[in-house]
Design a protein around this ligand. Structure first.
Ligand code: FAD
Ligand code: MLT
Ligand code: ZN
Length: 425
């Protein structure tokens, strides 16, 4: 039996795609990364995933797990020819909400928005929210440890995960879906899979914590401020539900690129979007509008930047007391190109978008990421390393940390069959 026959035996012929049918799975959301694959395969159950992995082992074919394919660092499409894309689109079962424990089990192919609706129907909420919610999946957000707009309130994806079920690179299934709030029995295999970007195994399901819904009477305000320091001064207030930032030129861009009216009376160096349960406290010297529709000026930044072509996207974070210094230093680092900055204020997580640089020119990325590292920051605060940032991982991880990561990879995936080219090369 050849590989395609073995895959068809595992999942049914209709779920093995090649040629034109496979094409949508081979290019990422930004159209920045394109790959080639022997096939795209869509298992519908954990046992089918295990059978797919065994078929790939027999054929010596590496695999790339794919969820919603909204990843921004090239990790969800084949990094080289000869891979098999394992799509989780059919692993979309949502279990019943346990209201007492405030938990639910979700298949890895469940879309975040569907999980949010499922939790809401039971009077609860899922703590992670992000603009890609309609397409990004539970498995993809677990595999990248996605952040988003509610980290200030509920933490990142890691903070929601009570356990995962996954198929490892040798085809074995490890399952931890009991949802025990306390468990000290040995290594945290589920924790290891969170943020592993498909390089250690394919997550098939996750047991997730649910939270109280956001208060109905919350207030959303967009404020123009004189500086990042003024913006950071707004973080110290009760019942903060969101705290996002847009630096001046990015606000102009989202308005001009998407035809939105400018939201405030004046232009300001920095804009902050705050959501609070009560009435937000604002800086004395600021200009503000209260309206939930101001979310579009923050959430549509990705879309606005995409109108400039394939930009260099960086996803950095620095300690909050260095954020002002970073924002001030960025224009020199991205010169001679143009830069746009927005992000998640409370976590010091800035998305730095460099427009005009040739896609293959990594010098500008290096300048920015070295600057970030010199301030004690990270080269990826939420999108992951993917293929885009492998050469920069050493800026924020020591040789000892990298060596330990490699030993983990070699132990769990000695033949490097799971997402080669991603995270560690
Ligand atoms: P994919 O893109 O399919 O895959 C991402 C990575 O996870 C790949 O390495 C893939 O191999 C791996 N993977 C996917 N599924 C599995 C699985 N079941 N098991 C093992 N590995 C798997 N990200 C944020 O963190 N915060 C944001 O606010 C945010 N906003 C966004 C807004 C827009 C408009 C867009 C397009 C993207 C945004 N992202 C954001 C990035 C993206 O949505 C996240 O990285 C998300 O977690 C990816 O989920 P996905 O299902 O699309 O995964
Ligand atoms: C965001 O916060 O809007 C996202 O992480 C997406 C992006 O960086 O483009
Ligand atoms: Zn983000």
């Amino acid at each position: 039996m050849n590989l395609l026959q073995a895959l068809a035996a595992a999942v049914g012929e209709a779920n093995v795609l090649t040629g034109e049918a496979a094409a949508p799975y081979l290019t990422d959301w930004r159209k920045r990364y394109r790959g080639r694959a022997q096939a795209v395969v869509r298992p519908g159950a954990t046992a089918e995933v295990a059978a797919v992995v065994r078929a790939c082992i027999a054929a010596r074919a590496p695999m790339v797990p794919q969820g919603g394919n909204t990843g921004l660092v090239g990790g969800s499409v084949p990094s080289r020819p000869g891979l098999v894309v394992v799509s989780t689109s059919r692993l979309d079962r949502l279990g019943p909400v346990d209201r007492q424990a405030r938990q639910v089990t979700a298949g890895s192919g469940v879309r975040v928005a569907d999980l949010q609706r499922h939790a809401a129907a039971a009077g609860l909420a899922y703590g992670v929210d992000l603009a890609s919610r309609d397409t990004a999946t539970v498995g993809g957000t677990v595999a990248t440890n996605a952040g988003g707009i509610r980290v200030v309130r509920h933490g990142d994806t890691r903070a929601q995960v009570l356990g995962v079920e996954a198929v490892l690179a040798d085809g074995t299934v490890v399952s931890d879906l009991a949802g025990l709030p306390k468990d000290s029995a040995g290594y945290d295999l589920s924790g290891l899979l969170v943020g592993s970007e498909g390089t250690l195994g394919l997550v098939t399901a996750a047991r997730l914590r649910l939270v109280e819904p956001l208060p109905a009477g919350r207030t959303t305000v967009l404020a123009g401020l004189r500086s990042v320091v003024d913006a950071l001064g707004l973080l110290d207030q009760p019942d903060l539900l969101a705290a996002e930032v847009v630096v001046g030129p990015a606000m102009d861009l989202v308005c001009s690129a998407l035809g939105l009216p400018f939201p405030l009376a004046d232009r300001w160096p920095v804009y902050v979007l705050l959501e609070t349960a009560g009435t937000p406290r604002l800086a004395a010297d600021s200009d503000a509008v209260v309206d939930p529709r101001v979310w579009q000026y923050r959430e549509r930044q990705t879309e606005a930047v995409a109108t400039l072509g394939v930009v260099h996207k960086l996803d950095v974070a620095v300690p909050l007391d260095r954020l002002d210094e970073l924002v001030a230093a960025l224009p020199d680092a991205w010169a001679p190109y143009d830069g746009y900055v927005f992000g998640h204020l409370a976590e010091g997580n800035l998305h730095v978008e460099v427009a005009g640089a040739p896609p293959g020119d990594a010098d500008v990325d290096g300048r920015i990421l070295r600057l970030v590292a010199s301030m004690g920051g990270t080269v990826s605060a939420e999108h992951g390393v993917g293929t885009a940032k492998t050469e920069w991982l050493g800026l924020c991880r020591s040789p000892a940390q990298l060596a330990a990561m490699r030993r983990i990879k070699d132990a769990l995936d000695p033949d490097h069959r799971m997402n080669p080219g991603v995270l560690l090369v």
